[in-house]
Design a protein around this ligand. Structure first.
Ligand SMILES: [Zn+2]
Length: 284
């Protein structure tokens, strides 16, 4: 009887306390290693997915996932009790987060100081987030748009016939996207869509656009002197083409919300939050 009581005390109080305590001891390195061992792709030797600021041995109080670790996002993460920020895009204004480019600049210095003063760590999860299966950005964005049911082949979608105008409205509502830009006839009826979220580059745009399975190309951002005039000329020679430029943030942000749910599964007792960086543009 006494043994039974002792056993239940150990099982129901001491062991769970120990487990919670053990989870509280998770370091940034532990989380990064957990991610490395759970993506489906090989971890590349050369990658931008590394620590941008802070100490890798820092004990994690909470994880914040975000599209872009702006200073405002870092402040929100701190207020939410998350000292480990996982950002999809760079922190210091260039792809490789080369700190020498803005060395001594008050903007960069203020950000570095905030991270240091608050014992925070920023790590980038970009290359492998796209390379793992499923690509977490596409998974998150297609889920938010409720378009997974339209996925056909690779980055192509097969819609029930919809007008370009209605597709734009649907995107604006579901992604809360306020600065969508469109090329093409608003009344054009579309079934075949190509997706190139983020800044995937003109070559990937051309590859999608050259397919008959792409009447409408939806991109995050594009060079206005490459993809855009190609679509204009395609329309002029009578091809059925259109282009939606979502903006980088609106085209990828939902992916980091997906990453949050993915990470939470590994750390059910740790605070894991998604902090929206948001689309910074506005219009009247
Ligand atoms: Zn991306």
């Amino acid at each position: 009887m006494l043994f039974k009581r002792y056993f239940s005390l150990v099982t129901f109080i001491i062991i769970p306390c120990f487990l919670v305590h053990a989870q509280n001891q998770v370091t940034v390195t532990d989380v990064i290693n957990k991610i490395k061992s759970n993506v489906t792709c090989n971890w590349a030797d050369v990658t931008v997915d590394n620590i941008k600021a802070g100490d890798e041995q820092t004990k994690v109080t909470g994880i914040a996932t975000t599209f872009m670790a702006t200073l405002e996002v870092l402040q929100k993460a701190k207020a939410a009790g998350c000292n480990f920020v996982i950002s999809h895009e760079p922190t210091f204004y260039n792809h490789n987060d080369d700190l020498t480019l803005h060395k001594g600049d008050p903007v960069q210095e203020a950000k570095l100081k905030f991270i240091k003063d608050n014992n925070m760590v920023v790590w980038r999860f970009h290359d492998h987030l796209h390379q793992t299966n499923p690509d977490q950005v596409y998974e998150g964005v297609l889920t938010k748009l409720d378009w997974k049911k339209y996925q056909s082949n690779g980055h192509f979608l097969k819609f029930p016939a919809k007008s370009l105008k209605n597709i734009v409205t649907e995107i604006e509502q579901k992604l809360n996207a306020k600065t969508v830009r469109v090329v093409g006839n608003p009344d054009m009826v579309i079934s075949n869509v190509g997706l190139a979220l983020g800044a995937s580059g003109s070559n990937s745009h051309f590859k999608l656009l050259s397919s008959p399975d792409c009447e409408l190309l939806i991109v995050g951002e594009s060079n206005e002197w490459e993809t855009v005039p190609y679509v204009q000329d395609a329309i002029t020679i009578g091809q059925k083409k259109a282009l939606i430029v979502l903006g980088h943030a609106d085209s990828e942000e939902a992916g980091m919300d997906y990453t949050r749910t993915w990470l939470q599964k590994f750390y059910p007792n740790l605070k894991v939050k998604f902090i929206e960086a948001g689309n910074p543009y506005w219009r009247n």
